[in-house]
Design a protein around this ligand. Structure first.
Ligand code: PLP
Length: 427
């Protein structure tokens, strides 16, 4: 077979450049990671050729004898990974998983209580420009005010009051920019008091849960009252280190509704090559070395957070329990926006994203914060020493953000650091 290099040199060149970017600059985006070669191999496999609408042994097309085995493998591995009563591995992405959960759990126009988008919630948690905000009535809870190391935590009193006032059918927990562990038990109690269901959006933390460094929020419908979430949605490509995609686990009570919502409710043919890659990732996530990896992800995030604090940055909530750090730039320099900081860091070869901080006075496009994450750097083998170095590189870059030559010299330092830690697919 011709390789892409021979058959499509134009695309091949772009792939080569992206490979250089991924391996030669620092990847600090909290939602990114480097998959294993096995995950890449499954993603690029011949399974991409097959239509398989339906579920194992209930397909609408012939020829699915091996496809069924692939999807069953993925479902069973996923159930074992999270101790789940039911698993659906077909959602194409995290947003699709959330859409399916809403379709399964809600009537059009139903009220949903979720985290404020400007304090960590995701677009699919009720943004007016997203389907969620257009088809359902979202109300929100937020975090407490900044208060040393104990502020900027999910405000349960606010959640309870909003639940009592608005009587939502569903409470959504889980976020895109919240650095602390979320305890699902008090949320369950609030939901039970008004007869609501609980959806935990573990898009960011699924890998931490699988690796045993974050409590598993998924509940059970067997053996008494459910103390956890009814449904947990997540992405497979962030901390979980699998292919781009989504998945859902739930209690058996919601199994049928979830399956019907994914197919035929929302999607057509599943991406079986991606499902095969999910199966590989679920297996990798069940190994002891994955637990060590996740412990290092969190350890690295804690070291990076305190080193950034020494550089003069304020860390939202005073630190992190997870893979994610939210930096408030206003103490470092009140004139520096997240947008400007992100662009300067890009020139220095440090890839991250700007983010609003709780009670931000700047718009979501400009912001006063930066979000950093350690999953990708930890996959390359970087540890505490490198995190301290990365913090100084960030501090120096932002102090000299108007000096392009200086940023170029940082980029060279970044290149030297990265050359010592090649990501797995390039190693
Ligand atoms: N939910 C949360 C909390 C997320 O952070 C994200 C992605 O960032 C998603 C859902 C959506 O995932 P995807 O980008 O795969 O659609």
């Amino acid at each position: 077979y011709p390789t892409i290099t021979d058959s499509d040199p134009e695309l091949s060149e772009i792939l080569g450049l992206e490979m250089q970017r991924q391996s030669g600059t620092l990847q600090l985006i909290a939602s990114e990671n480097f998959t294993s070669k096995a995950v890449l191999e499954a993603t690029g496999s011949i399974l991409t050729n097959k239509y398989a609408e339906g579920y194992p042994s209930k397909r609408y097309y012939g020829g699915n004898i091996y496809i069924d085995r692939v999807e069953d493998l993925a479902r069973n591995r996923l159930k074992a990974l999270f101790g789940a009563e039911h698993a659906n591995v077909q959602p194409h992405a995290g947003a699709n998983a959330n859409a399916a959960a809403y379709l399964a759990l809600l009537k059009p126009g139903a009220t949903v209580l979720a985290m404020r988008l400007d304090q960590g919630g995701h677009l699919t948690h009720g943004s007016p420009v997203n389907f969620s905000g257009q088809y359902y009535r979202f109300v929100s809870y937020g975090v407490s005010a900044a208060d040393g190391d104990s502020g900027e935590r999910i405000d349960l009193e606010q959640m309870e009051e909003a639940a009592r006032t608005h009587r939502p059918s569903l409470i959504v927990v889980g976020a895109t920019a919240y650095p602390r562990i979320i305890d699902v038990e008090p949320v369950r109690a609030i939901a039970d008091s008004i007869g609501a269901t609980v959806l935990f959006d573990a898009a960011h933390v699924a890998g931490l849960i699988a690796g045993g460094v974050y409590p598993n929020p998924l509940g059970s419908s067997e053996g008494g009252a459910n103390k956890g979430a009814d449904v947990m949605t997540f992405t497979t490509h962030k901390t979980l280190r699998g292919p781009r995609g989504g998945a859902i686990v739930c209690t058996s009570q919601f199994a049928q509704a979830i399956d019907k919502a994914v197919f035929p409710g929302l999607q057509g043919g599943p991406l079986e090559h991606a499902i095969a890659a999910k199966a590989v990732a679920f297996q990798e996530a069940s190994l002891p070395q994955f637990q060590t990896y996740q412990q290092n992800v969190v350890l690295n995030a804690k070291v990076l957070a305190s080193a950034l604090e020494q550089e003069g940055f304020r860390i939202v909530s005073g630190g992190t329990d997870t893979h994610l750090i939210l930096v408030d730039l206003t103490r470092f320099d009140p004139n520096l926006s997240g947008k400007e900081a992100q662009e300067a860091l890009d020139l220095a070869g440090i890839t991250c994203n700007r983010n609003q901080i709780p009670y931000d006075t700047r718009s979501p496009f400009i912001t006063s914060g930066l979000r950093f994450g350690t999953p990708a750097m930890t996959t390359t083998g970087m540890g505490a020493d490198e995190m301290k170095l990365v913090a100084t590189l960030i501090g120096r870059s932002l102090r000299h953000r108007d000096d392009e030559k200086y940023l170029q010299s940082i980029r060279e330092e970044v290149g030297i650091l990265c050359s010592k830690f090649p990501p797995p697919p390039f190693a």
